[in-house]
Design a protein around this ligand. Structure first.
Ligand code: NAD
Ligand code: USQ
Length: 409
């Protein structure tokens, strides 16, 4: 079993609770992070709704509570490949969990600069990691956080999205031959595109060098705390609510808490997959403890527990917290309606027993959204990124704000 784990991006929303969970379960954990997410808060003039503490305070608090040491290495994995290699050689991990990417689709679509930054950061970071693992000569299991968005949310209506590989038949001279291919990629933003490129990098390094890789195609994460982050106020996890980084359900919870209309984009018929942060950290531990064998193909899991339409989410939050639902012109280019059927048996077989929306929503409203609502800057709620140039020009014509849509679309 893996004993030493390097968590790349371990200061972030998914990475921090994962680092604590693994430390609490007896792993020796080291975090690598360049703190770029905290700098992006400065760029966007926004802050986590929850009051997060500096990384040094987080780690010192954990040590005081548990006597467990978590190492911290401030390295940019996209631009400092030598430092990353030295860190791997020094810490000698059995597994590396890779969260260290720019993960917001709206941020990736903000401008030409943001598109370049997201591609450079994410693709170089992943390639640097893979090349460093080869160079160090150790048999390290890599666990990567991918996204459901690589599949395109049910491009073929009524088809179930498999866990990574699509069985197909190809016509040959000798008749029809069966094979498995990576599910065709159909990204919906520059950010999602980087995740599809990551997939190809994994495919190549696995085929060429027998690297052991698990790619977790995760849905939208909601919730804030895990048992470990809830142990002390200085360990609290971040909660993004702004138009770039806030994900839909957490945004709705915060909007309800401050009396802002729930910002449904377009029709609300977009179906997406969801998972609670507590289940994210459980899934990652399960993935570390069930690595593929050397020579096996990249192991792909769909890391999702439920699917809902955006309109259904808004209705659930409105029912619990008494909010108004409002439809806004969609700042994105995406299907107004889609069905989404997702295969999700692999984590269930490994024993995942998920937290559902119906169990967890009220706790989130009371413990987080209402408790910290005074910290919300309501100027940061409406989206400021647009997917296309025409949408951008339209929004500039209407002073940059996304207007409510009478005819949603
Ligand atoms: P986050 O932005 O909160 O955390 C990412 C962390 O990585 C940050 O602390 C950031 O400083 C660090 N980082 C980014 N680039 C880096 C670099 N070049 N070098 C070193 N550190 C770097 O994001 P998150 O929500 O925790 O997401 C983590 C991963 O999970 C991402 O890869 C994301 O694509 C994936 N994911 C997230 C969600 C979600 O809903 N949050 C859903 C599906 C998949
Ligand atoms: N949406 C609204 N109103 C809002 C915010 C979003 O209607 O106020 C809609 C969007 O238009 C979209 C859906 O909700 O149809 C989901 O948007 P999101 O911002 O919650 O999620 P997304 O941009 O897809 O990205 C998030 C994470 C990303 C991860 C992805 C998983 O930021 O890192 O990869 O979820 S997935 O969606 O399955 O691809």
């Amino acid at each position: 079993m893996a004993k030493r784990v390097l968590v790349l991006g371990g200061d972030g929303f998914c990475g921090w609770p994962t680092a604590l969970r693994l430390s609490a379960q007896g792993y020796q954990v080291d975090i690598v992070d360049n703190l770029s997410r905290r700098n992006i808060d400065n760029e966007l003039c926004c802050d986590s709704l929850t009051p997060i503490t500096p990384i040094a305070t987080r780690i010192a608090t954990w040590r005081q509570l548990t006597d467990e040491d978590i190492g911290f290495h401030r390295i940019d994995i996209a631009t400092e490949p030598d430092a990353l290699l030295r860190c791997i050689e020094q810490t000698q991990p059995d597994a590396i969990v890779h969260f260290a990417e720019q993960r917001a689709a709206p941020y990736s679509m903000k401008s030409a600069w943001h598109k370049r930054y997201t591609v450079d950061n994410n693709v170089s970071g992943t390639n640097n990691l893979l090349a460093a693992v080869i160079e160090c000569g150790r048999d390290i299991h890599i666990v990567h956080l991918g996204t459901m968005g690589v599949y395109g949310y049910g491009r073929v209506d009524g088809a179930v999205i498999p866990e990574g590989y699509l069985p197909v038949q190809i016509e040959t001279e000798a008749g029809w031959q069966k094979t498995d291919i990576l599910h065709p990629a159909d990204p919906g933003s520059i950010y999602h595109t980087t995740k599809t490129i990551d997939q190809l990098l994994f495919y190549f390094y696995n085929k060429n060098d027998n690297l052991r890789i698990t790619d977790l195609h995760q849905g939208v994460v909601w919730g804030t705390q895990t048992p470990e982050t809830a142990r002390h106020p200085a360990l609290i996890n971040r909660f993004d609510y702004d138009g770039d980084y806030g994900t839909v359900l957490n945004r709705f919870l915060m909007q309800a808490a401050i009396g802002h209309p729930l910002t449904v984009y377009g029709s609300g018929g977009q179906t997406r997959a969801f998972i609670h942060i507590r289940d994210t950290v459980r899934c990652i531990q399960l993935a570390i403890e069930n690595p593929p064998k050397s020579g096996e193909r990249v192991d792909i899991f769909n890391q999702v527990t439920e699917t809902w339409t955006v309109a259904e989410l808004a209705q659930k939050v409105a029912d619990i917290a008494g909010a108004e639902i409002r439809h806004y012109q969609n700042p994105r280019k995406e299907a107004a309606h889609n069905r989404l059927e997702v295969e999700r048996g692999k984590f269930q077989q490994l024993g995942l027993n998920p937290t559902t929306l119906d169990q967890g929503l009220l706790e989130e409203v009371v413990d987080i959204a209402r408790r910290y609502r005074e910290r919300c800057d309501d100027a940061r709620i409406l989206p400021s990124s647009r997917w296309t140039r025409n949408q951008q020009l339209d929004s500039e014509g209407s002073s940059g704000q996304t207007p409510p849509a009478s005819a949603a679309g």
